[in-house]
Design a protein around this ligand. Structure first.
Ligand code: AMP
Length: 211
């Protein structure tokens, strides 16, 4: 999944994970877990995440290599938030080659910055099971409580407007160039990241079926 923060990568990745029965691997979630380890790499990752910067490649690539070597990844996986720069894209090519796999689709979500800012300021997520809500468009049934597991929902500290604007700049500078690479390889497919929630699954199916 490619696209700026808040473009709906997580939502689409969860749908693809269900359709194909393959794991959804969200690099941001894995890195947030690392921050709770009490290790040096966790301390560094936390610092970068809070500033809205990309976590250094040695940490991020290491975390992804560990995760992708687990047996549930042997039949495929959907990546949400990786790669985010050219060095990570090279690392992904190497990891896939070692696994005897290749990229089949790169889905690029397209949304305006102002829509993203409105959306993420109302995003809440479940610290326990990872479910994601929007207080207006996709609210939990009970006020700020996760429908799936009953935990109290939280707002991510990097979803404040100031950090978010910086994350959008980082996306433009570091991640958008990947699109060119995947377009040249004939893998990239655009999809609107601003569809009504009940139309997303059908749109994902259509984009994946398109040749
Ligand atoms: P996300 O949950 O995908 O919005 O990611 C949240 C934060 O985690 C980002 O702003 C970065 O600080 C960090 N992060 C996630 N994915 C990566 C990546 N591929 N490379 C470096 N940092 C990342």
């Amino acid at each position: 999944m490619l696209g700026p923060p808040g473009s709906g990568k997580g939502t689409c990745a969860r749908i693809i994970s269900k359709i194909y029965g393959i794991p959804h691997i969200a690099t941001g979630d894995l890195l947030r877990e690392v921050t709770a380890e009490g290790t040096e790499r966790g301390r560094v990752a936390k610092e970068y995440i809070e500033r809205g910067e990309l976590v250094p490649d040695d940490i991020t690539i290491g975390v992804m290599e560990e995760r992708l070597s687990e047996p549930d990844c042997d039949e495929g996986f959907v990546l949400d938030g990786f790669p985010r720069n050219l060095r990570q894209a090279d690392a992904l090519d190497r990891i896939l080659k070692e696994k005897g796999m290749s990229l089949t689709h790169v889905m690029n979500l397209v949304v305006d910055d102002e829509v993203i800012i409105g959306r993420l300021s109302l995003r809440r997520s479940c610290p326990q099971c990872g479910a994601v809500y929007h207080l207006k468009n996709n609210p939990p049934k009970r006020d700020e409580i996760c429908d799936e597991c009953g935990a109290k929902l939280v707002q991510r500290s990097d979803d404040t407007e100031e950090v978010l604007r910086h994350r959008l700049e980082v996306y433009e500078e570091k991640t958008r160039p990947l699109l060119e690479r995947y377009r040249e390889a004939g893998l990239a497919r655009d999809m609107s990241g601003d569809l009504p929630i009940d139309e997303i699954t059908e749109a994902v199916r259509r984009v994946l079926a398109r040749d």
